[in-house]
Design a protein around this ligand. Structure first.
Ligand code: GRF
Length: 215
């Protein structure tokens, strides 16, 4: 069974969705650790209650990004793992860190990338007047909120939506597609071809490659 380390910075609801999927038998992974850059992240307590090893590496104790990322990598690599899952981890990572985990570092971003990389995605979507918004799970590359898309989910933007109502609608989709993407990784079904993600058919079906799309 594949082993994953989850990185969080706050409440950790995506992490909780993975724990719930694992417990329901829908996510065949061993969650070996949850690590935060914030000692007070609420998600650390949730993980500990679920019996998962928790750690923090407080970014405020480091002079710069290189030193912090080196300490974070040391903490992660203290656990045998196959995949590192960024779940609301609110730190920009250095190129060296990203390269170290190339092809085994996933992120979820609350927009339909490449639209709205960076912060305040829901506010910006409302300001732009887009009618469709969503979330993206992708492999991480050194460019912020960029990298081969694994899966996306779209939601309508409704008249009268606020940042909060839009965020809530999208969060529901995040909790659906992130465990799904990690499951595909756990099943060895994700392949990178020319910078694109290809999803292999389920083992029981024929082995043709199909495109992951909007689910
Ligand atoms: C999510 O919206 C995620 O897409 C973004 O940060 C938020 C984290 O929420 N990167 P949670 O900590 O998983 O509840």
């Amino acid at each position: 069974m594949k082993k994953i380390v989850i990185l969080i910075s706050g409440r950790g609801s995506n992490m909780e969705a993975m724990i719930a999927a694992r417990d329901a038998g829908r996510l065949p992974v061993d969650i070996v650790a949850v690590i935060s850059n914030r000692p007070a992240a609420a998600g650390l307590e949730t993980a500990a209650r679920a019996g998962i090893a928790t750690h923090y590496v407080d970014h405020r104790g480091f002079a710069g990004r290189d030193a912090f990322d080196a300490a974070l990598a040391e903490c992660i690599d203290g656990f045998s793992h196959d995949l590192v899952v960024l779940a609301g981890f609110m730190r920009i990572l250095t190129e060296g860190f990203v390269r170290h985990y190339e092809g085994r570092l996933m992120n979820i971003h609350p927009s339909l990338l490449p639209a709205f990389p960076g912060l305040h995605t829901h506010r910006r979507a409302l300001e732009e007047g887009v009618r469709i918004h969503g979330c993206t799970v992708h492999f991480v590359t050194p460019t912020l909120d960029h990298g081969p898309v694994i899966v996306q989910a779209a939601v309508p933007v409704l008249d009268g939506d606020t940042e909060d109502s839009l965020a809530a609608r999208i969060l529901g989709q995040e909790h659906r597609i992130y465990p799904q993407a990690v499951r595909w990784f756990a099943e060895d079904r994700l392949r990178l071809e020319n910078g694109r993600v290809r999803l292999a058919a389920e083992p029981a079906a024929d082995s043709a490659l199909i495109s992951p799309g909007i689910v």
